[in-house]
Write a protein that binds this ligand. Structure first.
Ligand code: FES
Length: 136
């Protein structure tokens, strides 16, 4: 991928190591992160740094290594990524799809502020998100 990046920049008439390296640095630089405050299943509080652009489920499961199965990997089929958000955090997120609402209706411990974390994409707007993992 990196090699493709260099060749592409050179083909575009922007030859020169400095230009190519600058382009690669931009392409591969670390994305921004936002703070997510998590109350875990055992009632402990943990702050995590969630990379912008991934889903909340990926941030909880893959980055923070918390107990979130995400069994269908975000295909809205399992409901194992169910989380509760604070009211303020819920208001910050885009409205859930009809499919998400239907699946949440079958979940345990559903609250008005429940979301499937695989359907929430981490963005700068969500900095300070307050998430609680259901106790089951
Ligand atoms: S990971 Fe399966 S519904 Fe979210």
């Amino acid at each position: 991928m990196r090699r493709w990046c260099l060749r592409s920049r050179q083909r575009a008439g922007l030859a020169g190591a400095a230009n190519a390296l600058t382009a690669c640095t931009l392409l591969y630089s670390t994305r921004g992160k936002v703070k997510v405050h998590v109350k875990t299943r055992d009632g402990m509080c943990q702050d995590i740094d969630a990379p912008v652009g991934i889903t909340l489920m990926e941030a909880l499961r893959d980055v923070a290594k918390l107990d979130v199965a995400g069994s269908c990997n975000g295909n809205v089929e399992c409901g194992t990524c169910h989380v509760h958000l604070s009211e303020a955090s819920f208001e910050k997120t885009p409205a859930p799809s009809e499919r998400e609402v239907d699946l949440l209706a079958k979940a345990l411990e559903v609250l008005e502020t429940s979301r499937l974390s695989c359907q929430v994409v981490v963005s700068e707007k969500l900095d300070g998100l307050e998430v609680e993992l259901p106790t089951y």
